[in-house]
Design a protein around this ligand. Sequence first.
Ligand code: NAP
Length: 286
Amino acid sequence: MPQEKLILDGSRVAQDIKDRLYPRVERLAANGVVPCLATILVGDDPASATYVRMKGNACRRLGMESVRVDLGKDTTTEQLLETIRRLNEDPAVHGILLQHPVPHQIDERAAFDAIQPEKDVDGVTTLGYAQTAFGFADYPSCTPAAIIAILDYYKIPIEGKHAIVVGRSPILGKPVSAMLLNRNATVTVCHSKTKELDRIVGLGDIVVAAVGKPRFIQGGWLKEGAVVLDAGYNEGNVGDVDYEACLAKASAITPVPAGVGPVTIATLLKHTVDAAEKYGIAASES
Ligand code: NAP
């Protein structure tokens, strides 16, 4: 009998997260606090502009505030740091998101690390990453947290499974590897210098694609029945896995769009509400 496929519906998981946020946002409003996310976009990358717009719209739909700061493509590190310092000091701002990537002349690590830890709702600071690795982050990076949330929503076991993560970026591949390890998966992290990638991917019970290359993971590489989480988001609404071919082999798979993306945004909103509850009420009373 052919195995039934489970399409991991990110919109459903995101709605579940947002449904639980509405009453919290209302309670905060009753205390005079409107959770506020500040987004910073440097340059004119259209994909980044779309992500930032989506995040702002998602805030408004939930009754939250969003502040958008657009900086030109020639912005210097110092100018960006100054913007971040200003947002750090603004008591009405509870979360700060610097949209990655920034133009090459900017020291992205310095900019991420300038975000006050209490407002680091995307877990991009060195401290946030270290806390994620140790397993006690308030705000783990949103896409990795979204991947774990999808697995948990669908009650897909992580413990004892062999997870293959393709990609090792500081905002995605590395933190999701740490989070899977903390949940007792056996984790193999692959990157551009990995040899025999197809063979290694074929060992995975869980495969996370975080490569940034359209349709990169091939269906033929997968073990029969693997669970596939596609974090990729490339031009034309295409993920990092060859969806049709991977669907044929997988037992469960996230589509693109409506997979990891909406859960990432919902997680960002949740972290901003968490931050507003933790620090916003005290600030509004002082
Ligand atoms: P990134 O910083 O460009 O990192 C890509 C990673 O893939 C690197 O670690 C790189 O290895 C590895 N890689 C590149 N070519 C490879 C190859 N041929 N074989 C194996 N590994 C290879 O990208 P990112 O920011 O992590 O994003 C990854 C994907 O996720 C993108 O499609 C992005 O759009 C998407 N994304 C989605 C969301 C969402 O909400 N769904 C959020 C963030 C990102 P090296 O380290 O060796 O260079």
